[in-house]
Design a binder for this molecule. Sequence first.
Ligand code: Z5A
Length: 216
Amino acid sequence: MSGKLIVFEGVEGCGKTTQIQLCCEWLQSLGLAVVVTREPGGTILGTELRRLLLEKSADKPVAEVTELLLYAADRAQHVAQELQPNLAAGKYILCDRYTDSTVAYQGYGRGLSMSLIDQLNHIATGGLTSDLTIWLDVDVEIGLQRKRGSVDSLDRIEQETIAFHHRVSRGYADLAAANPSRIVRIDGSLSKETVHHFIQKSLRLHFQDLGSQDEV
Ligand code: Z5A
């Protein structure tokens, strides 16, 4: 039996965590085995890498290529330790960020080489791609406003300029246009309930064992 890898992507504050939680509850109510995980930080080693990557300390700058390599290291460990075994066990995996984040943030955001990013993504994943990626599309300003309202302080990437976040957002738009069968765009500025409804619809369309849309 083979499970499903469903990835949630988008700019900061787009609602991934909220929607993953709702989706997890819904899939569990259908009797499915669900695993929720994230990048960076989906393993014990990854938790350490996440702290190094996101802590905002001016006296500990992280060079751009170092950052890229740390995300790749986190992903390689995550694929080997979490994603592959849970897929092999037939589980539905809901993953907060995956390879598209590196393209959007390190590629479009930081301007690092796309061919280097593609190579590292391939090495880290061994070619494992998502079965479906949900891109929650919200305006950068709305996302950052939501984040500023929900946390006390912003981490290193959140503190980047608005222009950086706009480049990231364009990265997601380009990725979705280039991968229409893998990436589904959902308007993340709608209410939480409406976004969840559209996610249910998309998942039912893609995965027949979730039943027909009439049941939504
Ligand atoms: N990163 C990278 O650069 N390269 C990589 O390869 C990878 C990652 C894998 C951490 O990601 C950082 O890692 C990220 C990119 C970088 N940049 N930063 N910082 P993260 O996913 O852990 O952090 P995040 O992007 O900042 O996401 P988040 O804080 O977890 O936000 P979210 O999950 O998208 O949103 P949320 O927590 O569900 O919602 C935020 C608030 O909005 C909260 O108060 C909600 O109640 C509210 N909300 C949610 N949905 C709605 C709707 N529909 N309406 C109104 N309000 C809403």
